[in-house]
Design a binder for this molecule. Structure first.
Ligand SMILES: [Zn+2]
Length: 307
């Protein structure tokens, strides 16, 4: 089993559907997941600039399109818990969780219930910029707003996971103090190894681990290493995360972006050439099998058991 805790699939499906390709999940995404041995994946609802004009409607549209295509597939299932993921695995299906990458779709607090009902179990408050809930990593002077604190309280009452990836440093630190639920960082690396605002400080990584969370290893070159990012550096990032957080608090959150889809790719954007390499990467790790299993799936599964 391999779990990839961050993939932006549903935005692609909506763009494809608009241009007449209404089976892109089955045709373009599924084969890559299967080749890579990925048996669980978290679909992040990420909104582009235009979609952010109508965030709630746009996010629901993505979820609806993803559900429509999964309902037509024998090989995938939407899941909302560890039990459902394991049941899907027993049926040879890839389990797909839903998360929000940026809480803009929650236009008013009661919308949290709408998205929970739609299957969302994890939320990152921001993408890179700031919004009404918090500062993002490109807005370093903003922490949590009062609305952000209220949203965290409501999420905790629903046992939802808070995703710290993309938050500003002050928002991350405040959230680690105030959030009563389980914090994760679905797709972030160690800043000590690659100095980038999207990565986390050693202190933040340790706090996530202390709070019982998991950090997902990201394969985007910029976040892997400042110098000649490579698969070797991705392994060293992983070693560093394990050294800092402990072997029970690290997983994969590859963030393959458009590597999930056909078409031209930006050269050197990431150090793994797509989800089809997930299995090979896991096999290549110079770690005992029991630790590989924790990193590949057991740690995330333990997190999902709290949902
Ligand atoms: Zn992201």
């Amino acid at each position: 089993m391999i779990i990839d805790a961050h993939a932006d699939i549903s935005g692609f499906l909506v763009r494809q559907a608009k241009s007449g390709h209404c089976m892109a999940l089955e045709e373009a995404v599924l084969p890559n997941l299967q080749t890579g041995g990925i048996t669980g994946v978290v679909n992040a609802v990420y909104l582009d600039k235009q979609e952010l004009n109508t965030p709630k409607a746009s996010a629901l549209r993505q979820i609806e399109e993803l559900r429509r295509q999964i309902d037509l597939s024998q090989d995938m299932a939407i899941v909302t818990s560890a039990g459902e993921l394991e049941a899907a695995y027993q049926r040879d299906q890839i389990g797909v969780f839903l998360s929000l990458e940026g809480a803009e779709p929650i236009e008013e607090m009661t919308d949290l219930d709408v998205f929970y009902e739609a299957g969302v179990r994890m939320i990152g408050l921001t993408w890179n910029g700031a919004n009404r809930y918090a500062g993002g990593c490109a807005a370093p002077h903003f922490g949590l707003t009062n609305q952000g604190i209220e949203l965290l309280d409501r999420m905790a009452r629903k046992n939802m996971l808070l995703d710290l990836s993309h938050l500003s440093d002050p928002a991350t630190d405040e959230a680690l103090e105030r959030f009563q639920g389980l914090p994760i960082a679905s797709h972030s690396n160690a800043r000590s190894y690659a100095d980038h605002v999207r990565n986390m400080t050693d202190e933040q990584l340790r706090r996530v681990a202390e709070r019982g969370g998991v950090v997902g290893l990201n394969a985007i070159s910029l976040f892997v290493s400042e110098l000649f990012p490579s698969v070797e550096h991705l392994q060293r990032q992983l070693d560093y995360l394990i050294y800092t957080c402990g072997e029970d608090h690290v997983g994969f959150g590859f963030d393959f972006c458009d590597r999930y889809f056909p078409g031209p790719k930006e050269d050197g954007f990431d150090v793994l050439a797509g989800p089809e390499l997930a299995y090979d990467f896991q096999e290549s790790l110079r770690l005992p099998g029991r630790i590989k299993d924790k990193i590949a799936w057991q740690n995330w599964l333990r997190i999902y058991e709290t949902l």
